[in-house]
Design a protein around this ligand. Structure first.
Ligand code: MN
Length: 180
């Protein structure tokens, strides 16, 4: 089955004042919508048309070369945004506990250190991309990726991803700049 944009699990304005409703609407409906449309178009007629996101992203070398970049960018974009909507929410925030907290303390020393590493990855990413907390099969790590490259491409499991493309935040930033 062709890829589909998943519904937002909350209203567009649920993340106000941090992310405004208009940004969410454009980001979810138009940007994610375009990744899905383009991913489906690139895979149509190939043996990968019904494949999962994971199998496509871990087998990019097997995708016909003339379609590979479009597949990488758009299937990656679909994977990344599908996670992104899930990990945010109006009742989110706070510090994790339990096994995740133990793994964070083991890998980074403290939750604050993790937060710094994730922020650092985003701030230092030149151009567009993502900063990630991933499970690599043995432990947690933090890194950033360019464009819509997904940790799934290297068989890591993304646990948290922050979209540092301008389209994720620019409307509010633009309004703040105009008002300052
Ligand atoms: Mn985005």
């Amino acid at each position: 089955m062709a890829f589909e944009v998943p519904d937002l699990p909350y209203p567009y304005d649920a993340l106000e004042p941090h992310i405004d409703a208009e940004t969410m609407r454009i980001h979810h409906d138009l940007h994610h919508g375009a990744y899905v449309t383009n991913a489906n178009a690139a895979l149509e007629g190939t043996e990968w048309a019904d494949a999962s996101v994971e199998s496509v992203l871990t087998n990019l070398d097997a995708i016909p070369e003339d379609k590979r970049t479009a597949v990488r960018n758009n299937v990656g974009g679909h994977a990344n945004h599908s996670l992104f909507w899930q990990i945010m929410g109006p009742d989110g925030g706070g510090e994790p506990g339990g096994a995740l907290r133990s793994a964070i303390d083991d890998a980074f020393g403290s939750f604050e250190e993790l937060r710094s590493a994730v922020n650092d990855g985003g701030v230092k990413r030149f151009g567009s991309g993502w900063t990630w907390l991933v499970w690599d099969g043995t432990g947690l790590s933090v890194y950033s990726t360019p464009n819509q490259d997904s940790p799934v491409m290297q068989s890591d499991v993304p646990l948290l991803g922050i979209d540092v493309w301008e389209h994720a935040y620019y409307l509010r930033r633009f309004a703040e700049a105009q008002n300052s």
